[in-house]
Design a protein around this ligand. Structure first.
Ligand code: GDP
Ligand code: MG
Length: 450
């Protein structure tokens, strides 16, 4: 559905590109289509009107400057306004967490929005970054809440605290935070209860827990599929505790994502992460530019890069590799390293579907996780039999020499057809990323900021 919104906007912009002259009528028609699409995606009407006004102003200003390309200006204005919309304009300063200090993170949100799951994912994410997380269960409302947190904590090997007997959430929260501060944990995550609806008792409880643990950061967690209701919900939480960031969950489902934009408007806090599945590693940093890029069908390259970097421990980050790609080098070694990373990252299909071009790759058998993993492994085995020269060559023609293909096939014990399949696939991805001689690839098509 996100794609539907993106497609409608892209289509509206296309109308601008193909019109003979850009007059008020053409611009208004384009903006009308964009606004309709945004409203249908549950985006708050005030935000939509703001976008409309700002784009119109910028287009009118363009009329005053001679020789300016009005089409480009309008397109850029729309993209910028969409980015601003998701970036919240930043009334709330992003909280920077420092290792070695006792950061206390409090999760708030309605029951079922994904708080407990997300709190654990958040801990696991930061553990990979070198933090020492701990989880505190301050949900005494829901039976089994502590067991659920314990289970997640064990899965991700994070210390936890909770109680089966204490009924006051503020007391448990304070005990847990104190214990972990003593143990020098530097990211103490407090999971709270949610109740079923926005009721005064819940907000009073949130105030009390916040009062007793003095959080460094309060994260409002919301279900990505709630739509317009997100505005009131987020605002109600913000009115009781100081929300500093938003996490949107269940973005793997039918979430329109529009609700997220409303939550940003209500809290004036940025979206920090999105949840994309039930597994502990289905969790990504939120990138406004990439989000809008994906919305408009430009591929979420940046999101993919982050995913790679998040999957590997900091010291092994493959920045050089990304730099290489940026320079137009896309060798088999780079493909190999990417596949190795994908293997580490959990569900292959989910990761692959984020990479433009890989989503329809022959390596990737939609809906068949085992088969995709098997194909990737096969391709990596073939590459293991290649020489350094072959792996590092930026000249794809080298690899199609028949004698090399035979040697690689025999060396790896894989069928020659499979070697050809790998090379064809590599060629296809390479062309898409760095381009063929005649046509620039997506790296060159990307807006500069991406
Ligand atoms: P809480 O009541 O706010 O603590 O929510 P839970 O963490 O218990 O999550 C409620 C349900 O949503 C559980 O079944 C989770 O597995 C599921 N869930 C949480 N986050 C995601 C997500 O990003 N994607 C999907 N598909 N399910 C999620
Ligand atoms: Mg919970």
């Amino acid at each position: 559905v996100l794609n539907e919104l993106g497609q409608s906007i892209a289509k509206a912009l296309e109308g601008i590109k193909t019109a003979n002259t850009i007059d008020d009528k053409v611009l208004d028609a384009c903006l009308k289509d964009i606004c309709t699409a945004l409203l249908q995606a549950d985006i708050n009407v005030k935000l939509v009107m703001k976008l409309r006004t700002n784009v119109k102003t910028r287009a009118n200003n363009a009329d005053k400057g001679a020789g300016l390309d009005k089409r480009k200006i309008i397109e850029k204005a729309v993209v910028d306004e969409l980015i601003a919309m998701v970036d919240s304009g930043g009334d709330v300063k992003t909280v920077e967490l420092k290792k070695g200090q006792s950061n206390v993170i409090m999760f708030v949100g309605l029951q079922g929005c994904g708080k407990t799951t997300t709190a654990s994912k958040y801990g696991a994410f930061h553990k990979k970054k070198g933090f020492k997380p701990a989880l505190v269960c301050a949900d005494t409302f829901r039976a089994g809440a502590f067991d659920q947190l314990k289970q997640n904590a064990s899965k991700t090997q994070i210390p936890f605290y909770g109680s089966y007997t204490e009924t006051d959430p503020a007391i448990i929260a304070a005990q847990g935070v104190e214990k972990f501060k003593k143990e020098k944990r530097d990211l103490i995550i407090v999971d709270t209860s949610g109740r079923h609806k926005q009721e005064e008792a819940l907000f009073e409880e949130m105030r009390q827990v916040a009062e007793s643990v003095q959080p460094t950061l309060v994260i409002f967690t919301m279900d990505g599929s709630i739509g317009q209701a997100a505005f009131d919900q987020a605002k109600a939480f913000r009115d009781s505790v100081e929300v500093g960031a938003v996490i949107v969950t269940k973005m793997d489902g039918h979430a329109k994502g529009g609700g997220a934009l409303s939550a940003v408007a209500a809290t004036q806090a940025p979206i920090a992460f999105i949840g994309t599945g039930e597994h502990m590693d289905e969790f990504e940093r939120f990138e406004a530019k990439a989000f809008v890029g994906r919305l408009l069908g430009r591929g979420d390259w940046k999101g993919f890069v982050n995913k790679i970097q998040d999957a590997v421990p900091e010291e092994h980050m493959q920045e050089d590799m990304m730099k290489d790609i940026g320079k137009g080098n896309f060798t088999l070694r780079i493909l190999y390293e990417q596949l190795a990373n994908i293997q580490k990252m959990g569900p292959v299909s989910q990761v692959m579907s984020m990479i433009p071009g890989l989503s329809n790759s022959t390596m990737f058998d939609q809906g068949n996780e085992k088969e995709s993993a098997r194909r990737i492994k096969g391709f990596m085995t073939i590459m293991d039999s290649m020489t350094n020269k072959e792996l590092d060559s930026n000249n794809p023609k080298l690899l199609t020499e028949p004698s090399r293909m035979v040697r690689i096939s025999q060396g790896s014990g894989r069928h020659p057809g499979e070697v050809t399949a790998l090379l064809t696939e590599y060629q296809r991805i390479r062309t898409m990323i760095v381009g063929s001689g005649k046509h620039p690839g997506m790296m060159k098509n990307m807006p500069r900021a991406m």
